[in-house]
Write a new protein. Structure first.
Length: 198
């Protein structure tokens, strides 16, 4: 009888993550020492270096680096090739997806939020991206985005976006309300254990 299922996958993922955490621990210590002196040069250099590692090893390396160096960071999230965070003041909650080549400043990414490819979230205070919000490809975010909101591809968000709406354009304008609320707990349960990198 062959062991199978989400439990085995979850344990394999945890073991792989633990190995990458050990690899990144010395760098995280150096970043912590740098933070006490008020600098971010080493943090930025390592974040950019980790962004250039391709494939599954790159995802695991970036996840380990940010878990050890950010102000707060969940255990399970995906960060694609070329994507990086510019400040250690950022926060990443569980189940977040950050697409390739996204550049994120000091922000708080809520649980289950999805950040599209080449999306930019600028630093200006700490922007909050609500739970299960979706930011489309190449969108530029300069203001908070509410829970379950959707920002269309290429949109420029210069004013706060309320929860459960769709915005598009430059500057981003209201398009419509999102359909009935999604059962995010069921979505989380269905998704857990299915993706090794997630």
């Amino acid at each position: 009888m062959r062991p199978d299922g989400p439990g085995v996958r979850r344990n394999v993922k945890r073991a792989i993550d633990a190995c990458f955490l050990m690899v990144m621990a010395p760098f995280a210590i150096l970043c912590a020492l740098e933070a006490k002196r008020g600098g971010e040069t080493l943090f930025t250099m390592l974040a950019q270096g980790c962004a250039l590692v391709p494939g599954l090893p790159g995802v695991c390396l970036r996840r380990a680096f940010y878990r050890l160096t950010l102000e707060a960071c969940g255990e399970s999230f995906f960060i694609g090739f070329g994507a990086w965070l510019t400040h250690r003041a950022a926060r990443i909650d569980e189940g977040v997806y950050i697409g390739p080549f996204a550049v994120l400043g000091a922000c708080h990414l809520g649980r289950g939020s999805r950040i599209g490819t080449r999306c930019s979230i600028v630093s200006g205070g700490r922007l909050h991206i609500g739970e299960y919000a979706t930011l489309g490809e190449s969108s530029v975010v300069l203001a908070n985005v509410g829970a379950s909101a959707t920002v269309a591809a290429g949109a420029v968000v210069s004013a706060a976006v309320p929860p459960s709406v769709v915005v598009a354009g430059n500057p981003a304008r209201f398009v419509r309300c999102v359909a009935p609320p999604v059962d995010h707990q069921a979505w989380d349960r269905e998704r857990s254990g299915h993706v090794l990198t997630g």
